[in-house]
Design a protein around this ligand. Structure first.
Ligand SMILES: *Cc1c(COP(=O)(O)O)cnc(C)c1O
Length: 381
């Protein structure tokens, strides 16, 4: 019910769209529901195929499977940690309807190539910016390039309210569809807010809706946090510059992200992937280094996780709401993804909050990593 004032939810929606330089934004319960809302608003449905990253959080694929479409996995580029546009284009079929272009870890995807691919093949471009809040590509924020964009504000993300999400659209029609997807088919009222009356109208029935609504409490937290996002992103840029300088002095270690690309104006750092060359660490793999280093710095360094089709949490075979033939199609997407597998096996990640620490902590992190390396080499000898 309305308090008589404009809701925090609608204020955040407007502020988020303004921050992104996007046309329209609709807050949602979480990032996964934002992706579902984008797919349904775009008309992606049963039997369609959607290109998704081979290595990412499982929701990139499970949200696609949930609307009845088939996620088709695109391998990554080993240097940039981005979805590989050449691989993606080769996977396009008559059934391909959309691309879920995910800005992964600490890299902006090659947006220009995917915009060209989507234009050439008549595909819907949905950016998944759940790991890249505030990143800037060729002068504009990520989330403003696609037909749609989805964001997560879950507790691990750069901007968070514990849980939460947002969907972004370009056109009024899609904005209306997203509103309906969010609130069981209803949209925001055009009437002035009235105390004790709901801020809802019966929509134009573009979408069969769900309850994907964000709470007032989450919206209020996000409005406040948004004021700090750019400053925090700037600080992380400085810390990463220092860390990378220090890592240059340690053989067999590098960060994996899109670098030396003039199209990236402001990079964001979510989980910074650090790649380990086992031969330089006495034969120890990234997992061994991750465990030792986590203990020594007293900070949980996250593993990258398996490529989605091999991930324990991605189990499309458990759906029993689709015909067997469709389930077989979902399972058939368990394809080899050599670069995703390589990155998953050779990297661990440094979480973004550690990159807000003092410079001395960054120096200590590099020192501890160097020590771990020396110990592992000595152990081998
Ligand atoms: C976190 C994340 C999601 C899912 O967001 P939730 O808020 O957890 O539902 C989707 N895509 C990517 C790339 C993510 O990192």
């Amino acid at each position: 019910m309305s308090s008589g004032a404009e809701s925090e939810e609608r204020k955040f929606a407007a502020e988020w769209a303004r921050f992104l330089g996007a046309d329209f934004s609709v807050p949602t319960a979480n990032g996964s529901s934002a992706i579902v809302a984008c797919l349904e608003s775009a008309g992606v449905s049963y039997g369609d195929e959607v290109l998704v990253p081979g290595l990412s959080w499982v929701a990139c694929a499970s949200a696609v499977a949930r609307v009845g479409a088939v996620p088709v996995f695109v391998d990554l580029d080993a240097e940039s940690y981005g979805m590989d546009p050449i691989v993606a284009e080769a996977l396009i079929s008559k059934r391909t309807a959309a691309v879920l272009l995910t800005h992964l870890s600490s890299s902006i995807a090659d947006i220009d190539s995917f915009q060209r691919i989507c234009a050439d093949h008549g595909l819907i471009l949905i950016e998944d910016c759940s790991q890249a809040h505030g990143a800037v590509w060729r002068g504009s924020r990520v989330g403003s390039f696609g037909d749609f964009a989805a964001f997560s504000f879950q507790s691990s993300k750069l901007l968070t309210a514990g849980e939460g999400g947002a969907a972004v659209a370009r056109t009024e029609r899609n904005f209306m569809a997203l509103q309906e997807a969010r609130a069981d088919g209803r949209s925001w009222s055009n009437e002035p807010a009235r105390k004790h009356f709901p801020d809802l109208a019966v929509g134009s029935s573009l979408c069969q809706g769900h309850n994907f609504c964000m709470t007032e409490f989450q919206a209020a937290i996000l409005r406040e946090s948004l004021r700090h996002l750019d400053g925090q992103n700037r600080k992380r840029i400085e810390r990463v510059a220092l860390l990378e300088e220090l890592l240059e002095g340690i053989p067999g270690v590098r960060t994996v992200r899109r670098r030396n690309d003039p199209r990236v104006d402001v990079p964001t750092f979510w989980h910074l992937p650090i790649q380990i060359e086992a031969s330089e660490f006495g034969g120890a793999d990234a997992e061994r280094v991750r465990c030792l280093l986590s203990e020594r710095v007293g900070l949980y360094l996250e593993p990258v996780g398996a490529p989605i089709p091999a991930h324990d949490l991605y189990r499309p075979g458990l759906y029993n709401r689709f015909p067997r033939e469709h389930i077989r199609l979902l399972k058939a997407q368990h394809v080899p993804l050599p670069i995703s597998s390589l990155l998953s096996e050779t990297c661990f990640t440094l979480p973004h909050h550690a990159l807000l620490a003092d410079e001395s902590c960054i120096t200590e992190f590099a020192d501890r990593l160097s020590e771990v390396r020396t110990d592992l080499i000595r152990e081998r000898a």
